[in-house]
Ligand binder design. Structure first.
Ligand SMILES: Nc1nc2c(c(=O)[nH]1)N[C@H]1C(S)=C(S)[C@@H](COP(=O)(O)OP(=O)(O)OC[C@H]3O[C@@H](n4cnc5c(=O)[nH]c(N)nc54)[C@H](O)[C@@H]3O)O[C@H]1N2
Ligand SMILES: Nc1nc2c(c(=O)[nH]1)N[C@H]1C(S)=C(S)[C@@H](COP(=O)(O)OP(=O)(O)OC[C@H]3O[C@@H](n4cnc5c(=O)[nH]c(N)nc54)[C@H](O)[C@@H]3O)O[C@H]1N2
Ligand code: SF4
Ligand SMILES: [Mo]
Length: 744
């Protein structure tokens, strides 16, 4: 038996773990107590890795649809089939006819995220969609506008803060998001032990709210009004001086924008008493360091981009932006766009470089809103999507207007899914291409360490090579890239890989302000050649990163430094990064954005509009992982139920009891679920988790994990105006009691 250091990587916490391995089997997984970031924490999902890896439902060979059924096939057959269809579609209908949907799994896989870029480059399609427009894109788009880089997203410095506001997030169950901080329960407890305070702002009294010092039950989507009032109060008492505030330049226009948002004016609309808003704002003004942090409840609601903007404004006005213990910009070990090039200034980011064909939604950070995907498949005309690659995602379940998505998927001339299961999307595919098992993959959480509490990275090499029946994610994606670029599927992928790497090196050497300035590409390529192709990419990003040795130009880290730290390479806590981090043309924080004025107008309308009787919000439960892992035995527990949470007051009024069945509906669709009456949710708000499939549509029907797909009801119509992100929280629903006979 061997004990292998690894990273769980199932969610964003990036817990360090030790796998006990015997032969091909993972016997158990335990926390790695030597790891400086996670300090000995894993959750039930991490402990379930052995079950996931041994799961008989896992796809272990490629599948190809024959006579209407997915059947085992050889890799060669699958690639040849894809090549034939893609070549024909490209020839007849052009580049945009082939689309890509990258799911959440991409963010958790080194091979997928590294080589997906190669596929996109080769495809040259504007139809690139990701789960990001169902998730964090408003946060990143606002950062791109204000600071010139989508990576410039702050994390709350939990380890040093004295006050933290958690807005629309439930890290006790989600384990944190855009915040890689394993062991959130302990970290929050330590804040309290330091006599600090944790405040949770959420319509539901979540597990995080229960542990907090104060819970502010806010009306769904009331955050923009609430935070505008907080900013209003901060301006009234006078903002705290800081370098972030200085970098904002003249803030007079901000007073004008926020003038009408006094607490007394917004209180009714957001459901928080004016006196409480003032008290909370003053506490934030007077407690240092402190941080306001927002997640899913702030980025997938009615005013997502405006709320993200307001969170930054509040952090800046309260003197908490970019200070230790406050809201901190991270330095990852790998290069990213806010560490490369000249510090303090840059070209900035422009949104809307292209538009979606059917509804003209604007491009955001290189992608189009996922909510547009079904119409791009269903609407005839030039540029209609006819083929789709789904990489580690499950849009049939996770995307808004899910029934329409499912119908659209069935219309495709080619649907290729890269996944380890046949999920509700894969069930409709022509080809399913499985990733190799965990033991045959190397790992580094590129995207997630961007939001780590510490300057940290941890690399796990593959324990064994891929077998003759398996293909690495790199190989699969490079073969798809070959096909997309018009070459044969079996052309030399190492040569393709090397050409891409060489282009990356050339581009970096030529970049103004590059740490490689003056170096020739050839010796750099030569230096990289000591490693495997995937490790070369990592080495290049490390050595051109903020702590890298710039290929000998300075002292710093290389791939070997990382490799020699199997329990994690920790370069300490985050440090302030302004103004160096900025990549805006002005070299300032460009806070005054045109979208804000328009959004405040929309907010005023919303504040005075009639209220729906019920609005729905989502929730995550500890033993879940979006649309997958439902069926894993140790995760099928009572804590994970697909019930509609309903407040006791509303239950009495509606004559409903726990376990009664109801039909919940919107103009888009309806679901049937059981009620769970609770004291932990605001009256007028109901909550249903996502990720459950309806029994009739389940890829693997299983009574024991039966649920309802909430995305049958979410509309693809109301999108965040700046980013096209779907509104998955705070939309109106109707509730109707079902009698036993109606349930048939
Ligand atoms: N109503 C509602 N809808 C939501 C949300 C919500 O809160 N409410 N949340 C949204 C959010 S935040 C997100 S991120 C999206 C997620 O949306 P998706 O990304 O579409 O769905 P996931 O279930 O995360 O899909 C991950 C897939 O990756 C696969 N996978 C796991 N490991 C591997 C691997 O090693 N290789 C490969 N190839 N595949 C692997 C899994 O089997 C699974 O099918 O859902 C969104 N949808
Ligand atoms: N166990 C588990 N962990 C996960 C996942 C999972 O499926 N299961 N998914 C992972 C993914 S992909 C992500 S993106 C993260 C998400 O991580 P989180 O954002 O922490 O997860 P949620 O539980 O969805 O928390 C969102 C909270 O927002 C609240 N909310 C809804 N609408 C509003 C609103 O208008 N205002 C305010 N203030 N609050 C509102 C909801 O009540 C809910 O408590 O979790 C990740 N971790
Ligand atoms: S918190 Fe996330 S990363 Fe940590 S063990 Fe659980 S699933 Fe894995
Ligand atoms: Mo997500």
């Amino acid at each position: 038996m061997v004990k292998l250091p690894t990273t769980c990587s199932l969610c964003e916490a990036c817990c360090a773990a030790i796998m006990h391995v015997e032969g091909e089997r993972i016997l158990r997984v335990e926390p790695d107590r030597e790891d400086p970031l996670s300090g000995g924490f894993i959750c039930a999902k991490g402990a379930a890795i052995p079950e996931v890896e041994a799961d008989p439902r896992r796809v272990r060979t490629p599948l190809l649809r024959r006579n209407g059924e997915l059947q085992p096939a050889t890799w060669d057959e699958c690639f040849a089939f894809i090549e034939e269809r893609i070549t024909a579609i490209h020839a007849a209908h052009g580049r945009d006819a082939v689309a890509v949907y990258a799911g959440n799994g991409v963010a958790h896989s080194l091979g997928l995220q590294t080589y997906l870029a190669d596929v996109l480059m080769a495809l040259g399609t504007k139809n690139f969609f990701t789960a990001g427009t169902l998730d964090q894109i408003p946060r990143q788009a606002v950062s791109a506008l204000l600071y010139g880089s989508a990576s410039s997203v702050t994390v709350p410095d939990l380890d040093r803060a004295r006050l933290v506001w958690i807005v629309g997030a439930n890290p006790l169950d989600s384990n944190g998001s855009m915040l890689s901080a394993p062991g959130i329960p302990r970290r929050l407890q330590l804040i309290q032990q330091r006599a600090g305070r944790v405040v949770v702002i959420d319509p539901r009294r979540t597990n995080t709210a229960k542990r907090a010092d104060e819970h502010v039950p806010i009306r769904p989507s009331g955050d923009a009004a609430f935070l505008a009032a907080v900013a209003h109060v901060l301006l009234e008492v006078g903002p705290v001086r800081s370098s972030a505030l200085d970098l904002c330049g003249d803030i007079e226009p901000l007073r004008e924008l926020l003038r009408s948002f006094a607490p007394e004016h917004v209180s009714e609309a957001c459901g928080v008493a004016a006196a409480d808003i003032r008290r909370l704002a003053l506490e934030l003004r007077l407690t240092h360091p402190a941080a306001v942090y927002g997640r899913i409840g702030t980025t997938t609601q009615q005013f997502s981009s405006l709320v993200c903007w307001l969170i930054d404004i509040v952090n800046i006005l309260a003197g908490n932006m970019d200070v230790e213990g406050g809201a901190m910009f991270c330095s990852p070990l790998l290069a990213q766009d806010n560490t490369l090039g000249l510090p303090g200034r840059g070209p900035g980011k422009r949104l809307g470089r292209w538009r979606s064909r059917v509804r003209g939604a604007q491009e955001v950070l290189g992608e189009l809103p996922a909510a547009c995907l079904p119409e791009e498949i269903m609407t005839p005309g030039e540029g209609q999507v006819r083929a789709l690659f789904v990489v580690a995602g499950n849009p049939a379940l996770s995307n808004p207007d899910a029934m329409r998505v499912a119908a659209a998927l069935e219309r495709l001339e080619l649907l290729v899914c890269m996944d380890i299961y046949v999920n509700e999307t894969g069930r409709r595919a022509h080809v399913v291409l499985p990733s190799p098992p965990r033991l045959a993959k190397s790992n580094y959480d590129v995207m997630l360490y961007q939001f780590a509490l510490r300057r940290y990275g941890r690399y796990t090499p593959a324990y064994r090579p891929v077998s003759a029946q398996e293909r690495s994610d790199r190989e699969i994606l490079l073969r798809l890239a070959s096909i997309a670029s018009g070459e044969r599927w079996n052309s030399d992928i190492d040569a393709l890989d090397a050409r891409t790497l060489e282009r990356m090196v050339q581009r970096e050497v030529a970049r103004a302000g590059s740490s490689l300035a003056g170096q020739a590409p050839a010796p750099i390529m030569e230096a990289l050649s000591r490693l495997s192709p995937l490790e070369r990419r990592l080495d290049f990003a490390l050595r051109t990163g903020p702590f890298g040795d710039a290929f000998g130009a300075r002292d710093g880290i290389t791939f070997e430094t990382l490799r020699d730290a199997p329990h994690g390479l920790d370069l300490g806590p985050q440090e302030p990064r302004l103004p160096e981090l900025l990549r805006t043309p002005s070299g300032r924080i460009e806070w005054l954005q045109p979208f804000v004025t328009a959004e405040f107008g929309r907010l005023r309308d919303w504040m005075s509009a009639a209220r729906p009787r019920f609005v729905l919000v989502g929730r995550r439960q500890l033993r879940s992982n979006n649309t997958w892992m439902q069926h894993i035995p140790s995760l099928r527990q009572r804590t994970r139920r697909c019930t509609l949470l309903l407040s006791r007051t509303d239950a009495v009024e509606q004559g409903l009891h726990s376990d009664d069945w109801v039909e919940v509906s919107t103009g888009t669709g309806k679901v049937r679920v059981r009620v769970e009456v609770t004291d932990d949710i605001l009256s007028g708000v109901v909550s249903l988790p996502h990720g459950w499939s309806d029994l009739e549509d389940a890829a693997a029907p299983d009574e024991a994990v039966q649920g309802a797909n909430v995305n049958r009801m979410t509309g693809g119509a109301t999108l965040d105006p700046l980013t096209g992100t779907a509104c998955l929280n705070g939309y109106a629903v109707s509730i109707r009691r079902l009698r036993t006979v109606d349930r048939k």
